[in-house]
Design a binder for this molecule. Structure first.
Ligand SMILES: Cc1cc2nc3c(=O)[nH]c(=O)nc-3n(C[C@H](O)[C@H](O)[C@H](O)COP(=O)(O)OP(=O)(O)OC[C@H]3O[C@@H](n4cnc5c(N)ncnc54)[C@H](O)[C@@H]3O)c2cc1C
Length: 278
């Protein structure tokens, strides 16, 4: 990711004032609710903005590596104080014993952690409800798009466009995400998020599953959708997985320039929104 301005250079201390388990069901990865008390000192935190934490093992002279975003759920003013409480929801991945999410879930009440930001949430929804959308989780799953899905859900209308949700650790295109309570169990976040993604699960995604799932079929569905008028592509995850996606699409089309031109056009139209990290 690009270095997010001066905020990265000046973290503020965040103290854990509350920790509880938001989601705790058999077979489902726990989601931890953390309430962090900070003195904003002129910074403006809002629900839906992002805060970030840096991996303490990242090289000291490079604050861009290991920076991870978390979306602020709620902001509460502490009465009679010039501090606020930020609520975050944090979920780790199965078997994860490293990484920032893991570290955050191990914090206890009274602990402090360096917090960076706030940063603007990187994704905005299309105007109206007729555009087609592609979400690509490049090794990150759907979690970066959680707030985007919430924003769309909050408009309270049925999504009329087609929606294709893809994710995978190799190219981001291996798995068709269907918000399935069994197949996508490890991606479950909370009830609100589940309902928000349900609203986006259109017939397009479902019909793409008519055949045995394969990255090739997913790439074909992706390419076909790009040819159908107003399309927004939302990409998030690891930079190297996103690079593998570019390569996979170039190979799939057998004409790299076709892929690069299409992507460049979407970028220049503001229809390709990405947030990548190392
Ligand atoms: C805009 C945005 C908003 C976000 N909001 C939230 C939020 O509100 N709450 C939240 O919990 N997270 C959120 N995330 C995700 C979070 O920023 C991290 O990407 C995530 O926690 C992984 O980073 P890490 O440092 O914990 O793990 P890393 O150090 O990146 O990885 C640690 C280990 O876990 C593995 N791993 C990481 N991700 C996956 C995966 N999806 N599947 C399988 N293995 C994996 C890695 O391969 C590695 O072995 C958001 C991300 C973005 C871009």
């Amino acid at each position: 990711m690009t270095k997010p301005a001066a905020a990265v250079d000046s973290p503020i201390a965040a103290r854990v004032v509350h920790k509880s388990t938001l989601v705790d069901q058999p077979g489902i990865l726990p989601v931890i609710k953390l309430m962090l008390n900070v003195r904003p000192d002129g910074r403006s935190f809002e629900p839906g903005t992002d805060v970030a934490f840096v991996d303490p093992d990242a090289p000291a002279d490079d604050s861009t590596h290991g920076l991870r975003l978390f979306t602020v759920e709620a902001v509460g003013q502490v009465p009679f104080e010039d501090s606020i409480d930020l609520t975050l929801y944090v979920r780790t991945n199965r078997g994860q014993t490293t990484g920032i999410a893991h570290r955050l879930t191990r914090l206890n009440q009274g602990d402090t952690v360096d917090l960076y930001g706030p940063f603007a949430y990187p994704f905005y929804p299309p105007m109206g409800s007729r555009s087609n959308m592609v979400f690509i989780g490049a090794g990150s799953g759907m979690i970066p798009f959680r707030w985007l899905a919430h924003k769309i859900h909050a408009r309270r209308f049925d999504w009329m466009g087609k929606v294709l949700m893809l994710e995978g650790d190799r190219t981001g295109l291996e798995h068709l995400y269907l918000n399935d309570p069994v197949a996508d169990q490890d991606q479950y976040f909370d009830g609100v998020t589940f309902r928000a993604f349900e609203g986006l699960k259109t017939r397009y995604s479902a019909s793409a599953l008519d055949h045995e799932e394969s990255a090739t079929d997913n790439m074909e569905s992706f390419w076909r959708l790009l040819g159908q008028g107003s399309v927004y592509v939302y990409l998030s995850g690891y930079r190297k997985v996103a690079a593998a996606m570019d390569e996979a699409m170039s190979d799939h089309l057998r004409m790299p320039e076709r892929w690069h031109e299409t992507k460049a056009k979407l970028q220049s139209d503001g229809h390709w929104l990405e947030y990548l990290y190392d």
